[in-house]
Design a protein around this ligand. Structure first.
Ligand SMILES: [Zn+2]
Length: 446
């Protein structure tokens, strides 16, 4: 370990890790060379650690002839990446390098099987500390009153919000993802001035607040899905306050990037992750790839996030030195995140199975004619079946097999539409795209 690395580790461990308010002051003055030094040192350490402790990484490095002791930068790993499929197709124990204390799941994209990701409580505290620093940078203080409305079932966001607010020292009430109308009625009594939630759910609360009245708000923070700038402006107009977005995944243990008040990209958690953009196009957009730099239980090396974005190199006017990524442009795989939830073709294959009177060709289109997502079933009628009977049957199938998606429908987070055509009208080429995202404005045009 060089003296520089030792100093870096000392500063991070002894000062940054102690008090979020002190860490924020230091964080805004951290020089880029310091951040790069910490990243480089930690990257080399995690490669050696994973090769030693994880049967999966040890095997992969051996197969590819990679000597972990010689790996200095990501390019030394050549074309090795960890894909989400690796987490499903290998026994999860092969990734574990330490005793797990807490686990969360990600919803399936190409299959019904969820990915399981394991962590230690110290990793929870570390991620929460960075979350607390980001929220304090946005103005959160110990005198604020925060309510969070995340679904707690196997999901990382709720427990993380609890830990973050504990570190900030503010009031925190966990509403859970309850009916927006009920939330509105109960939240008004507390006069919460900060709401943490998913954007489509917050949109519904905001629609209610627009007609029934608002109360003074300091900050709205959303995560879990993407959102158009049009919808952001609608929500901000209702509450007369900034709505800030965060970006993360279960695999990354929640937010790895949080916007500042500039709302121009997510400031990255660069001391705990090393980020790369794989195969960037002419505009710099490619797949986000990250390596966890400090995790001991289940480190991930060059993990493919499957989200398309670009790195923003220009310094941010807010003063934070941490680099930013642009708003996510699209998913690499076919999963679409919308008001219904995280939806993939297999969900609709399951829903439509056994529904009479339709051809095997169908397509789901996600549109957003106004503020709200519409999930539109494009179907071909056979045998002259009554369209209303078909749509009733599909609703029934969805309700009985996917209670979470149905719950979001009943809460008014999205609309269901049905369009019917004659057999043979949908398929234009050899391959019929099953799931199409037709929402405009989710793309960052800057
Ligand atoms: Zn900024």
């Amino acid at each position: 370990m060089t003296i520089l690395t030792a100093v870096s580790e000392f500063v991070e461990e002894r000062i940054v890790n102690r008090r979020p308010s002190v860490a924020l002051q230091i964080g805004t003055h951290l020089p880029m060379w310091f951040i790069d030094q910490v990243k480089s040192s930690r990257f080399q350490s995690v490669i050696r650690y994973a090769a030693e402790k994880s049967p999966f990484y040890r095997r992969k490095f051996q197969e590819l002839g990679i000597d972990p002791r010689r790996v200095k930068t990501p390019s030394d790993l050549r074309d090795f990446f960890t894909a989400s499929e690796d987490l499903r197709s290998n026994p999860i124990e092969e990734f574990l390098c330490g005793a797990p204390q807490i686990a969360f799941e990600t919803t399936g994209t190409t299959s019904a099987r969820n990915k399981r990701v394991f962590f230690g409580m110290q990793e929870m505290e570390s991620m929460a500390r960075y979350g607390a620093i980001a929220l304090m940078h946005l103005g959160l203080t110990a005198s604020d009153r925060v309510v969070s409305a995340f679904d707690h079932s196997f999901w990382v966001s709720g427990p993380l919000a609890r830990e973050i607010t504990r570190l900030v020292g503010c009031l925190h009430v966990e509403a859970g993802k309850i009916d927006p109308g009920e939330f509105y009625a109960r939240a008004a009594d507390y006069q919460f001035n900060v709401i943490l939630a998913e954007p489509s759910w917050l949109l519904r609360v905001s629609e209610i607040a627009k007609s029934r009245g608002t109360w003074p708000m300091k900050l709205l923070l959303v995560g879990g899905e993407n959102m158009t700038e049009q919808t952001r402006r609608y929500i901000e107009d209702v509450w007369q306050v900034d709505m800030i977005m965060e970006y993360g995944q279960t695999e990354s243990f929640g937010a790895i990037g949080v916007e500042c008040h500039q709302k121009d990209g997510y400031h990255l958690n660069e001391l705990n992750f090393l980020f790369e953009i794989d195969q960037p196009d002419g505009d710099g957009y490619g797949e986000l790839v990250y390596t966890t730099l400090t995790r001991k239980v289940m480190p991930l090396i060059r993990y493919r996030a499957a989200d398309m974005t670009r790195l923003i190199d220009a310094p941010c006017p807010c003063g934070l030195p941490m680099r930013r990524i642009a708003k996510i442009r699209s998913r690499k795989d076919e999963m679409i995140v919308c008001g219904m939830g995280n939806i993939s073709p297999w969900i609709f294959e399951t829903t439509l199975r056994g529904v009479n009177g339709i051809s095997p060709d169908w397509q789901i289109r996600v549109t957003r004619p106004d503020h709200k997502d519409h999930v539109e079933f494009q179907l071909e009628l056979t045998n002259g079946e009554d369209p209303s009977l078909v749509s009733d049957s599909i609703r029934q199938s969805l309700r009985s097999q996917f209670s979470d998606f149905w719950k979001n429908y009943e809460m008014g987070l999205y609309e269901l539409d049905f369009k019917f055509g004659a057999p043979g009208t949908l398929r234009q080429g050899r391959k019929l795209l099953r799931l199409v995202d037709l929402r405009h404005g989710l793309v960052d045009s800057r």
